[in-house]
Design a protein. Structure first.
Length: 713
């Protein structure tokens, strides 16, 4: 430690030099001092010269610089009993007689040494022992302090170095930052050349390191600012201060890395990314700080687990929110409201509540626009307080009550609805909607008055009165509340007018059609056609016109169809087809005639196919029979020749089977091919298949003989 050499503490040094001078004056060279135990053994007491020092304090001992202050047990062992006797500094000089006796034991005689030389050696040894003892005694005196010194009452500027050091050590034993700094302050101003300077420096360095250790402990406990404050309080003069800046820089770097990971983990927690949050938290275990690697790490793990549990509770709230119905929106708010405000899922819960509120307000607005007042009233009374929609709930109740009253449809009930809606405060969000409804209901009152007057006019049922009623009702605009009702009334009155105007026309057509002949029916059709489209009796008139036309066309075309049937019965299907095709499309009997034409075409096709097959089979060859059977199978199932064609197919198949059996001895392959042409509906089909199998086995078992080479030549 650096001190100021120009400010020496002269008091202890002066006392030490005075003691040395006193000893030096009383110990004359050439004279010996024997110890009490030595004189007891020899039986003769030599003269002693004793220099008495001032009495030492009874309890504490001061040791030379560099020695540690002993523990109470050691001090007890090293102290004199009771400390009642003064400490003396003894200097021993062996007498010549003793020297001779000691030298004789070792086989050495002082007589052989010249006397002057011997005296010089003894004097030198005595001086060394004397001055060494004086230095030891002076140092011990300087290190000794009163045993019962009260450090609280010591005035440090006038206290000795040993007393300062003693008090500093007492204060430092508390081992907190303030006590260690106080201990350093007590002794740091002592001169650099002071005999205790080395001991003081060693103590200061130890205390400074303890201050850093205290700062490190605060850092590990999670108190970075406190740790830095403690570390920066270290005196800049001590060597340990060189570690302070590096240590603080290291602390801040570690703290910054930990805070970054902690912030990252919390961000992932807020966004419900549990795996990423855990990875960020796991990195904290590598931080060189117990607070972050242990305590904060465990806290984040606990937060993750808690957030997962609470987030699972919000899953149902999310599903309700996505459904979007009024009932589910309320349930979503109720479930999200159960999350505590200190939870990481609280922010997510607030988002659900806010989104549900927005959707709830929009849904309620649609229900109000649709006039679903019962639903508005039910939902408004179920909204939880956590939604913070108290003003909306109150106004929704007003609107639902007003709307339900207005739905009754009387002028008095609508006026009551207006009075209820006017209770909504102008500062509230629903005031504008209430004003729109009030305006709507006022128009509805006017519409009711107009419809009442129009109905009164139409009550007589006269055409002119009905037309006046229609004129009055049409004054209701399409944007008015009762517009649709007015249109419905107008349509009913128009229908009554058209029926009154067109019924005589249609009744006249009925009268004409009663004649039943073609001319009468045509006249009735002409009369009924006078009723225009979009008239009340137009559909009835068209139905009658269709019936009358069907009667006329059937009467005209039925002879043609009968003529075609007659030709078909003769077998002249071509003539029948030609006659039936005279009936034009769209005529009453056209569909019937086309069905008969299709049937006759099949008959004609069957005749042609059977004729060709019969001609082909007459040759009686295998290939001709195969072709004949194929043509006969083309006869349509609906043809009258189908039965005859099937009998022919049976006959021709039997002939073909016989031909195949005759062909087998010469050619199994050809026989098999002929038999395979027999159709399934033939009576011999089963026998043919069995025979084919037999022939096939024979064909497979037939061996091929390889001719001998000699025979071939």
């Amino acid at each position: 430690m650096k001190t100021n050499p120009e400010q020496p503490d002269s008091k202890p040094e002066a006392q030490a030099f005075d003691l040395v001078e006193q000893v030096d004056k009383k110990l004359q060279p050439g004279k010996s001092i024997e110890e009490n135990n030595e004189t007891g053994k020899s039986g003769s007491i030599e003269k002693e010269r004793v220099v008495s020092l001032p009495p030492l304090p009874p309890k504490h001992e001061v040791y030379p610089a560099g020695d540690r202050i002993p523990s109470p047990q050691r001090k007890k062992q090293n102290s004199f009993q009771g400390r009642k006797k003064p400490q003396v500094l003894k200097a021993e000089v062996y007498s010549e007689k003793q020297n001779f006796a000691r030298a004789s034991k070792g086989g050495f005689s002082l007589a052989s040494i010249p006397q002057p030389w011997l005296a010089w050696q003894i004097g030198a040894a005595a001086l060394v022992m004397i001055f060494g003892g004086i230095g030891f005694t002076a140092t011990s005196f300087l290190l000794k302090i009163p045993e019962v010194a009260n450090c609280d009452r010591v005035y440090l500027p006038l206290a000795s170095a040993s007393l300062r050091l003693y008090c500093a050590e007492l204060v430092a034993k508390e081992e907190n930052a303030d006590s260690l700094l106080s201990a350093i302050a007590m002794v740091e101003n002592l001169p650099a050349r002071h005999p205790l300077r080395s001991e003081i420096n060693r103590k200061i360095e130890g205390w400074a390191e303890k201050i850093l250790d205290l700062g490190e402990a605060q850092f590990q406990a999670g108190a970075l600012d406190r740790a830095i404050t403690i570390a920066e309080s270290t005196p800049k003069e001590v060597e340990a201060y060189q570690l302070v800046e590096n240590r603080i820089k290291k602390w801040r770097k570690i703290w910054s890395e930990a805070e970054t990971l902690d912030l990252e983990a919390r961000k992932y927690l807020i966004s419900s990314q549990w795996y990423k949050a855990f990875n960020s938290a796991r990195k904290l275990t590598d931080i060189e700080n117990q607070y972050w690697s242990q305590q904060r790490y465990q806290e984040i793990l606990t937060n993750i687990k808690q957030a997962q549990q609470e987030s699972s509770k919000l899953d149902l709230a999310y599903s309700k929110l996505k459904d979007g119905s009024l009932e589910n929106l309320i349930q979503a708010i109720e479930k999200a409201d159960r999350i505590d405000s200190d939870s990481y899922a609280y922010r997510e819960a607030l988002q659900i509540i806010d989104e549900a509120k927005a959707k709830l307000i929009a849904q309620m607005d649609r229900s109000i626009s649709q006039g679903n007042w019962q639903q508005v009233l039910q939902i408004a009374n179920r909204i939880p307080p956590s939604a913070e929609l108290e003003d909306y709930v109150k106004d929704w109740n007003y609107l639902a009550t007003a709307g339900s009253s207005a739905r009754i449809g009387t002028i008095s009930s609508i006026k009551s609805a207006i009075e209820t809606a006017q209770k909504i405060d102008p500062q509230q969000p629903l005031h504008r909607k209430a004003q729109q409804l009030i305006g709507y209901w006022k128009l509805e009152i006017k519409d009711i008055e107009i419809l009442t007057r129009a109905r009164r006019l139409a009550r007589s049922g006269g055409i002119n009165d009905l037309r006046q009623a229609i004129s009055v009702a049409r004054s209701i605009s399409r944007y008015n509340p009762r517009y649709l009702q007015a249109q419905k009334e107008i349509n009913s009155w128009v229908y009554r007018i058209q029926v009154a105007e067109d019924r005589p026309i249609l009744n006249g057509a009925y009268q004409i059609a009663r004649g039943g002949d073609t001319f009468s029916l045509q006249q009735a059709i002409s009369r009924a056609s006078a009723i225009r489209p979009n008239r009340a009796l137009y559909r009835e008139a068209q139905n009658q016109i269709g019936k009358w036309r069907y009667t006329i066309e059937t009467t005209e075309d039925n002879p043609i169809l009968l003529q075609a049937e007659t030709a078909a019965r003769r077998g002249d299907f071509r003539a029948a087809i030609a006659i039936a095709r005279q009936i034009s499309p769209g005529r009453a009997l056209y569909s019937r005639s086309q069905n008969r034409v299709s049937f006759w075409q099949q008959e004609l096709q069957g005749q042609e196919a059977f004729r060709r097959a019969d001609n082909m089979a007459r040759s009686g060859t295998g290939s001709a029979l195969v072709r004949a059977i194929s043509l006969a199978r083309q006869v349509p199932a609906a043809s009258s020749l189908k039965t005859e064609s099937n009998r022919s197919i049976n006959r021709w198949s039997e002939q073909l089977f016989n031909i195949a059996k005759k062909t087998a001895p010469s050619s199994l392959t050809r026989a098999i091919n002929l038999a395979r042409s027999i159709p399934p509906q033939a009576a011999v089909y089963t026998l043919a298949r069995e025979q084919i199998a037999t022939w096939q086995n024979q064909l497979n078992q037939k061996t091929i003989v390889i001719p001998d080479s000699g025979e071939s030549q």
